[in-house]
Design a protein. Sequence first.
Length: 292
Amino acid sequence: MRKPIRRVLVTGAQGLLGRALAAAIPRADGAVEVDLASRADLDVTDPAAVAERFRRSSPDAVVHAAAFTDVDGAEADPETCYRVNALAAGTVAREAGSSRAALAFVSTDFVFDGSKGVAYCEWDEPRPRGVYARSKRWGEELVLAAHPGALVLRTAWLFGPGGRSFVEKILERGAGGAPFDVVDGQFGTPSYAPDVAATLWKLLSRGESGIVHCVNRGVASRLEFARAILEAGGLDPSLARPTTEARLARPAPRPTFSALANLRLEAAGIRMRPWREALLEHLGVRVPGGAR
Ligand SMILES: NC(=O)c1ccc[n+]([C@@H]2O[C@H](COP(=O)([O-])OP(=O)(O)OC[C@H]3O[C@@H](n4cnc5c(N)ncnc54)[C@H](OP(=O)(O)O)[C@@H]3O)[C@@H](O)[C@H]2O)c1
């Protein structure tokens, strides 16, 4: 029998998604108490600290959003990346399982290698490339082994308030006024952290489990996304010039086509809005005929 959720522990609470969860959960359910654990007050790689936090907080549900998210940095420091993204996820899942708390683990489109050419469904076989991608896939496996009832929510290309995502980086570069390079030929689904947070909470409070894809609607190349950001920010979209991944020579590989299909969400009657609409909301752009 599932416990009613009265208290939820959020790890990685100072991160982009963590902040969105901190806003979304009380908005959806004012009676739920949210225990926000930032890295400064809970290092998830310390099993004793995790156990102590569970004892003190006694959560009915946990959202594990803490992660090592520096994709290129992971290639230089694989041990830290595997400790945070995989081993610590297993620790949190064991604690949640043994205290009968519901659990959501946040994962990524990077678990796929990008060779499929059309959007990935929940049943597609993951083939992670690079340290970050492999660590997140291992995290999924450890979480589901330790807590078979856990929700594993895969999302992608997050942007939102309070973070320094691709959106903010592109606006900063555009504000400089000089042309700059953005990868063309790399496709995915930009996703708005507040939309993902609200949906995650809906699923967790309904008791959903297993792997669920959760992205805004639509597919974009990085270049197309960058140009949409510049345009929405009142800057010249042509400042973003196409380049290739090979020319950027970054340490970590990226999937060329990692769009996700929200099959399980749609089967549950949940339809995400288009990423362009969410981008305009994020940048405070008024849409003619829209609410803002
Ligand atoms: N951002 C994306 O585009 C994206 C795409 C797909 C999936 N995801 C997944 O979504 C989740 C949330 O990502 P995000 O974008 O919110 O990332 P984020 O902004 O980097 O937030 C992650 C948070 O985890 C914290 N953290 C790192 N190591 C920790 C540790 N040992 N103990 C406790 N906290 C620790 C970080 O603290 P510091 O800042 O102090 O390091 C940061 O506050 C992650 O699981 C990520 O893999 C993100």
